[in-house]
Design a protein around this ligand. Structure first.
Ligand SMILES: *Cc1c(COP(=O)(O)O)cnc(C)c1O
Length: 416
């Protein structure tokens, strides 16, 4: 019964529906791009004013203590921890994913250099988000000690790639392009059985799907706060280190924020006792402050409830698009199996870029990733079932009328 009325009924019965009012969604927009840049929490401007006027404007330098600025990477880390199955003092919110990967890959390789010096390979996927691979390349060049990057072309190739020369496996839990999700616990067990360490990138899973790093026995993780976590453009990333690795190993960006007692201003570096040693230098307090606003909304629900709605949204979108556009050349690129699906749906279409532009012109915002992938992210905090219905109807209309085939929809901006 795929009618618009059915979608409206689903909204009426949705226990998460009230959370939508806590987001500043522009009128007339169906936003299916929270996987790329989350929507602004309605409380964000007021909180920003408070930081500007009180904390910075009036408090000035005293706010490093009085407003908790200096502790913010750690307090936000503790606030974020329950979303990813981490404990207190295991997460810091800081820097970018790229920079944090450099720190964590360095730590992982130094652990293995002591335990198993023959292990010189980093394994990842060719389909991983490129910066993850670029950072591994750069670190390998920097170390200049015979490390190599081994890329698999399909998750099924992982067992064969796990030879006894592998030091660390760096996987992205939910693929940014296809929305396919790894079984974190099963793959971590496989990686450990092969003697390697497991580093997970949660860019498309933190706040999007339930994650339990502790139960999966993972070693390291990084993630993003400006995607599903709605921290704002360029809001800082986070990193997690399993408690067993926090004490004994260092990362190379040994800046003063990671020092055990930064304000003794001693000339020698002594790392913080815990995850704090993965901090480097002074953070943007304005950007960090916005992350807390969104985490306050997450505190009103839980990932199991969000996951139920996310799967219902993506199931509905897949069913509607296949029913209405099945004969128009679009093919599903996201797994149907719930256990293998993140919180996005990707369809392949030869002219996907132009189709997405035509949809944006109609107020339905998705995005495009090379090659041929139309990406639609479903954030259960603010997406309604009726939005799903309307978005699918617009997509069907754009395809059926070939509305996308206009010069203005083929022109490319710097960011797609
Ligand atoms: C979005 C994303 C990044 C972004 O990295 P930054 O350094 O924070 O810009 C990295 N990896 C993956 C898998 C991503 O999806």
């Amino acid at each position: 019964m795929l009618t618009r009325q059915h979608a409206q009924e689903l909204d009426l019965n949705d226990p998460l529906a009230p959370l939508r009012a806590q987001f500043a969604l522009p009128a007339g927009v169906i936003y299916l791009d929270g996987n790329s840049l989350g929507v602004q929490p309605a409380a964000a401007p007021q909180r920003m004013q408070q930081v500007l006027q009180q904390e910075w404007g009036q408090g000035l330098i005293a706010s490093w203590n009085d407003a908790g600025w200096f502790a913010l990477p750690r307090t936000l880390g503790n606030q974020l921890a329950p979303l990813i199955g981490a404990g207190d003092d295991e997460v810091v919110v800081t820097d970018t994913i790229s920079v944090n990967l450099f720190k964590l890959l360095s730590a992982a390789l130094s652990i293995q250099a002591q335990r198993a010096p023959g292990r010189k390979v980093i394994v990842s996927e060719r389909a991983n988000f490129p910066t993850d691979l670029y950072i591994a390349e750069g670190l390998i060049r920097q170390l200049d000690r015979g490390y190599t990057l081994r890329l698999i072309d399909d998750p099924a190739e992982l067992p064969a790639a796990l030879a006894d020369d592998v030091a660390v496996v760096m996987l992205t839990h939910v693929n940014y392009r296809s929305g396919a999700m790894f079984d974190m616990a099963a793959e971590t067990a496989r990686i450990h059985a092969a003697g390697a360490l497991a580093l997970w990138d949660l860019a498309h899973s933190a706040g999007a799907v339930p994650v339990d790093l502790s139960a999966a026995d993972a070693d390291f993780a990084v993630g993003c706060t400006y995607k599903y976590l709605n921290g704002g453009p360029g809001s800082p990333a986070f990193l997690w280190v399993a408690p067993r690795w926090q004490q004994d190993f260092q990362q190379p960006l040994s800046g003063w924020w990671g020092h055990r007692t930064p304000f003794t201003m001693s000339p020698g570096y002594v790392p913080d006792d815990g995850v704090g040693r993965y901090l480097c230098g002074t953070q943007s307090i304005l950007a960090l402050s916005m992350v807390g606003v969104s985490l306050d909304i997450y505190a009103q629900t839980d990932m199991a409830a969000l996951r139920r709605k996310s799967l219902a949204l993506t199931d509905l979108f897949i069913a509607l698009v296949e029913a209405q556009c099945g004969d128009l050349g679009v093919t599903l690129a996201t797994p149907r199996d719930h256990a293998q699906r993140g919180s996005q749906v990707s369809f392949e279409f030869e002219h996907g870029y132009a189709v997405v532009q035509a949809l944006i012109a109609r107020g339905v915002i998705g995005d495009y990733r090379e090659p041929r992938i139309m990406r639609f992210g479903f954030t259960p905090l603010y997406t309604r079932f009726v939005d799903v219905w309307d978005a699918a109807a617009q997509l069907a209309d754009v395809l059926r009328t070939r509305d996308w085939d206009q010069p203005r929809f083929h022109a490319r901006g710097a960011v797609t």
